[in-house]
Design a protein around this ligand. Sequence first.
Ligand code: ADP
Ligand code: MG
Length: 314
Amino acid sequence: ATPTAVMVATGVGANHGVLIKGGDALERAQNIRYVIFDKTGTLTQGKASVTTAKVFSGMELGDFLTLVASAEASSEHPLAKAIIDYAYHYHFFSKLPTSKAIGKQSKEDIISEWLLEAVEFSALPGRGVQCLINGKKVLVGNRKLLMENKVLIPMEVESFMVELELNAKTGILVAYDGILAGVIGVADPLKREAAVVVEGLKKMGVQPLMVTGDNWRTAEAVAKEVGIEDVRAEVMPAGKADVIRALQMDGSVVAMVGDGINDSPALAAADVGMAIGAGTDIAIEAADYVLMKNSLEDVITAIDLSRKTFSRIR
Ligand code: ADP
Ligand code: MG
């Protein structure tokens, strides 16, 4: 392709909200053999919503939700946002109709009225969050997080988790002071175009994969819904890059599509990294493509554009 053709293609991409960082990236996309999708926020809408909250200790449900929301208040994760939102609605409606809040205060103000102070907060990528509330350790996250902290998961809790996961939901475990306090079930629906795009890629001779930090049962339920056969679950952020390197071993061109929250190492390791949506700044920096519209269809647009620009039939 001539420099002019590359410039034209870059312009066409930009008009579609597909930002391409240079001619090399544009050229590599024509030969993509594998497209690896992150699950949360990439294949799914990333607008998780809480479907169930179950207390397994003596705690009152309202107090439990306050505790969890307070622990998640400093997290950027879509799961954290869902939990805080659920707690907000729970408290808001349980106070009706006397709440002075109605129509007057912002959501943030209302939340700050009941939020507890959390200190020593840390976000643990691929696992969850931890902090101290009332001087006691609070853990919110997956089995791995609780196991690392030697918190026992009672059998009735484990079966509740499995039930959620078989239904494509993510179960979030909560421990307070070393004891399992409860579980929050979260659903994150697929993007509407996800299945069609997966099907389209297969027709183009590109193999789709899904990689996620979420557990195997949820991952497989979601993959089945979207039509992806090759799934890698319970992968830590750094592990996503390893999955890519393994696929590159035979010289295959590998693309990674991620929304940013801890996908940067994978976006950088891929031959073609595609950051989707507004994403985070680090992800956009690590990527070769930015898909501004947050639509998976643009993965196909990007490959098409490259194939047309560098068509072997000249
Ligand atoms: P993905 O790879 O699907 O984008 P992540 O690597 O972000 O997922 O997270 C993996 C898992 O770690 C989540 O499914 C969840 O169980 C847990 N986790 C991560 N961050 C949080 C959080 N802020 N609150 C609760 N759980 C979390
Ligand atoms: Mg993600």
